[in-house]
Design a protein around this ligand. Structure first.
Ligand SMILES: C[S@@+](CC[C@H](N)C(=O)[O-])C[C@H]1O[C@@H](n2cnc3c(N)ncnc32)[C@H](O)[C@@H]1O
Ligand code: SF4
Length: 400
């Protein structure tokens, strides 16, 4: 039996979220090696990757999503993974060309590529830049050799620093990722590592606490009693220290794990957190396409397995295997979960428009009294650092 084309069943809407922007996420699902902590949709293919097949499938995936989003202007593209820096620069150029031929590109569109320090060579960086990439996000993860080994990375600290140096001179904008709250990591050790990292930083830093994800090698180690991460109190202390040091250094948190100099924020990630419109292209990618007006969205989920994704595109014309219309309170909940991660907080009127109702003033006062949220002078609501640390509980309370 032929599979159903779920995207063909939806009607194109004339406008998306022009105030917030329109983003294109492209997922590259391959890595040279699987890291023991990672549950992203990434696969190792020792026999090689069918890059041409991926691009051919992506061409149809882009066309199918463009049909539903006519007249949009792309404000950001994010090439994420997996390890997109395993892609040939010509392939990145081809992807950007395809995106530019299906949608209008904003003159100052932010185009980010995620790269691993071990998969970079000078020529590739220059090639990505020539292809149109104007922001690099580098997966440094740690500056300490033992920690890099523990995290199962293929690069050492020297390689990370060389990649950072090269990226700085090649791209107008640069971010890098670190993972902290590692087993046994003291406040003093993290402070020293973070201060050193800030010395290499440009306009943006992503600092993630190590989380043990289901079905990862670290989960098995933890279950066997061979891996212990800092408990909630220690993690909260590390988080507070991180906020204080980055703030002092002029790279304050603008989101739970993301820090930037003013103007250096990731526009693409801001689009997610501001509940803007984006298409998710590639294996396992998620999208939110506006239907009708800003109040209704089509949530899309693509097939996760790369080969099955290609197969589905060959048969149906796109890789989407699940769609759901998101309206009313569900849309309001999503907006809260995203927006309350941001230091700028959320626009209460927009929440009311999406959810079809406002907040219960008593609940808001309670959360304020408990130091979990703040109401700003212009009426926006945001979480305090303590509230952001227990975000799910705050959202559940506000949305109840
Ligand atoms: C999808 S990964 C892609 C980046 C790139 N492949 C790399 O590893 O350098 C995005 C980031 O999520 C973070 N990350 C992934 N799994 C994590 C976990 N279990 N705990 C904390 N951070 C994690 C890492 O910092 C990683 O750089
Ligand atoms: S952390 Fe990055 S390199 Fe490691 S498996 Fe995940 S996506 Fe691949």
């Amino acid at each position: 039996m032929r599979e159903r084309d779920l995207l063909a069943e939806a009607e194109p809407a004339a406008a998306g979220t022009p105030d917030v922007g329109f983003g294109v996420y492209v997922h590259w699902p391959f890595c040279a090696r699987k890291c023991p902590y990672c549950d992203f949709n990434s696969h190792v293919r020792p026999k090689g990757i069918d890059e041409a097949g991926y691009l051919a499938a992506m061409q149809r995936e882009i066309a199918a999503h463009a049909r539903l989003t006519p007249g949009r202007t792309v404000t950001s593209v994010f090439l994420g993974g997996g390890t997109p820096s395993l892609m040939q620069p010509q392939s990145v150029g081809r992807l950007l060309e395809l995106i530019g031929s299906h949608w209008q590109m904003s003159a100052d569109a932010e185009i980010t590529l995620e790269a691993n320090p071990s998969s970079v060579e000078a020529d590739r960086f220059r090639g990505y830049r020539a292809a149109g990439v104007n922001r690099l996000s580098l997966g440094v993860q740690a500056l300490d050799e033992d920690a890099l080994r523990f995290l199962g990375r293929l690069h050492n600290a020297g390689e990370a620093l060389r990649a950072l140096e090269l990226a700085r001179t090649t791209f107008p904008r640069l971010s890098f990722d670190l993972i902290y709250a590692r087993p046994g990591q003291s406040l003093a050790a993290w402070e020293a590592e973070l201060r050193r990292a800030i010395g290499f930083a440009a306009d943006h830093l992503s600092l993630y606490q190590l989380t043990i994800e289901p079905d990862t090698a670290f989960e098995k180690l933890q279950a066997a009693g061979k891996l212990t991460i800092p408990d909630a109190d220690a993690a909260a202390d590390l988080y507070e220290l991180t906020r204080a040091i980055t703030g002092e250094a002029g790279l304050p948190a603008y989101e739970i794990s993301n820090h930037a100099a003013p103007g250096g924020e990731s526009r693409h990630n801001l689009l997610y957190w501001r509940y803007g419109e984006y298409v998710g292209l590639g294996p396992g990618a998620h999208g939110r396409i506006v239907l009708g007006d800003d109040r209704a969205r089509l949530a899309t989920v693509a097939e996760r397995n790369p080969e099955a994704w290609m197969q589905r595109i060959a048969e149906v014309g796109n890789g989407v295997i699940e769609t759901e219309e998101i309206v009313g309170e569900t849309a309001g909940d999503e907006m809260l979960l995203m927006g309350l991660r941001l230091v700028e907080g959320i626009d209460v009127a927009r929440y009311r428009r999406l959810a079809g109702r406002g907040f219960d003033p008593e609940r808001v006062s309670d959360l304020v009294a408990h130091g979990m949220v703040e109401v700003l002078p212009d009426g926006r609501i945001r979480t305090t650092p303590a509230g952001a640390f227990v975000l799910d509980a705050v959202v559940a309370d506000l949305a109840a």
